[in-house]
Design a protein around this ligand. Structure first.
Ligand SMILES: [Zn+2]
Length: 59
């Protein structure tokens, strides 16, 4: 189950990073600059929070 969350987190990160190189406006450092990028970044950030939050609670 943790692996599933990790898989979705990695997939969201990959899609977001792919968008940053394809978009020309959004960057990994500046964050999302277009509405499509904002959606991708939001789901990536949400999964990252969930994933890192679970890691922290597991200790
Ligand atoms: Zn974009």
């Amino acid at each position: 189950m943790a692996d599933d969350l990790h898989t979705r987190y990695m997939a969201a990160a990959r899609i977001w990073h792919k968008h940053t190189s394809a978009c020309g406006s959004c960057t990994k450092h500046e964050g999302p600059q277009c509405s499509a990028g904002a959606r991708l970044y939001e789901s990536f950030a949400r999964l990252q929070d969930a994933y890192l939050g679970r890691q922290r609670r597991a200790r």
